[in-house]
Design a protein around this ligand. Structure first.
Ligand code: PLP
Length: 373
């Protein structure tokens, strides 16, 4: 059977990882400034993570959500403590799109409405309503184009107010740092204004922290740079360091109803072991602070390159916009200098390294990058 060919692939077979390094089958070593698309948070093959998952799978990998799973509560407790949201409730699923589907569903159950507002260039996933909330007509199939969503300019509060004032908006869903959209940041003023408007019109404020959250921005959540508390926060990617997991943090104003949400695999024993190991390492190794420190240094140094039109970002979520398409730079970085990076559109290189990236590794990246430009 052939694989369904939807990914344009680099001809590289990665077989091993450690920290911020990965190796291909020929034994060539690469510096990972991409983190497998912002997924690797605590670094590849962290010993504590390997041990926790190995022990758990040897004990019990899965049972169903029809019985008590104490690991779910342990994960929720650790997350509440580290993120500052210990008064919220936690629901576990398996991916980012699924987290957003559940968040939007909860919002609609809450206020009975069906209209959603998102930012222009938003990316919220590839399933049903999550893909409709994604501002890319090429990936919205006719069956998903159901007229629920308006796409509004980022940081243009009057444009959002005009829609919210109609009184029929179920939820606004915001990426405080847009990932796929090219590392664009909301302003604190916009978020504070939006928070007030959502309260005024009984609209649910959802922050999609799937890419920008979990320490990546140099605070636990990117919205914590703006001084607001959303009603719902969605997480995935870094929460399992590669183990497929998603989560929804839900404010106390939502009252759970038996059977309203559910999943077979979400919150399995094995997933929780992975999630707990990630939070253990984030706390022990101060990875949120590390992301802030190393990210600030990288941004400062990158701003000195005259070839780059603009450097944007926060923590270890950095975008470098060029006047010209970056395809060649990125290929050279990968094949000649052995550095993985991400991309956004045609002109933006995205850096999404593991949060344990050291100052020395940042220096090494800058050195190789300079040689390519
Ligand atoms: C901001 C954001 N939301 C949602 C998603 C979808 O997550 P997943 O691919 O796990 O469904 C992504 C994935 O890139 C993302 O970056």
């Amino acid at each position: 059977m052939k694989l369904y060919d939807v990914y344009p692939l680099f001809d590289i077979n990665i077989v091993k990882g450690k920290g911020c390094q990965v190796w291909d089958e020929k034994g060539d070593e690469y510096l990972d400034l991409y983190g497998g698309h912002a997924v690797i948070s605590i670094g590849h093959a962290h010993p504590h993570y390997v041990e926790m998952i190995s022990n758990q799978v040897a004990q019990l990998g899965f049972y169903s959500n029809s019985v008590i799973n104490k690991l779910q509560q342990e994960l929720a407790d650790r997350l509440g403590e580290l993120s500052g949201y210990d008064d919220y409730q936690f629901f576990l699923i398996n991916s980012g799109a699924e987290a957003n589907e559940n968040a939007l569903k909860l919002a609609s159950f809450y206020n009975g409405r069906t209209r959603i507002l998102v930012q222009e260039k938003a990316f919220h996933g590839r399933t049903s309503l999550a893909v409709e909330a994604t501002h890319n007509p090429k990936i919205i199939a006719p069956i998903n184009a159901n007229g629920h969503v308006a796409y509004l300019p980022m940081n243009d509060l009057p444009a959002w107010e005009a829609e919210l004032a109609k009184g029929d908006v179920c939820a606004v869903m915001i990426e405080c740092i847009q990932g796929v959209g090219g590392i664009r940041l909301v302003t604190p003023e916009f978020m504070q204004g939006l928070r007030e408007l959502c309260d005024k019109y009984d609209t649910v404020l959802i922050c999609d922290e799937i890419q920008c959250g979990y320490g990546r921005s140099g605070k636990f959540f990117a919205h914590q740079h703006t001084g607001v508390r959303p009603d719902i926060i969605t997480v995935a990617k870094g929460i399992g360091n590669g183990f497929p997991m998603g989560g929804v943090l839900i404010s106390p104003k939502f009252v759970p109803v038996y059977g309203q949400l559910g999943t077979t695999f979400g919150g399995s024993h094995l997933a929780c072991a992975a999630g707990i190991a990630v939070l253990d390492v984030m706390k022990q190794d101060n990875l949120v602070e590390n992301a802030a420190k190393v990210g600030a240094y990288l941004m400062e140094e990158l701003k000195k390159f005259p070839q780059i039109k603009e450097v944007r970002g926060q923590g270890l979520m950095i975008g470098m916009e060029f006047e010209e398409p970056i395809k060649d730079i990125r290929r050279k970085l990968l094949f000649e200098k052995k550095v993985f990076t991400g991309v956004s559109g045609t002109n933006v290189i995205r850096l999404l390294p593991p949060l344990c990236l050291s100052m020395e590794e940042a220096e090494e990246f800058l050195k190789r990058f300079k040689e390519v430009l």
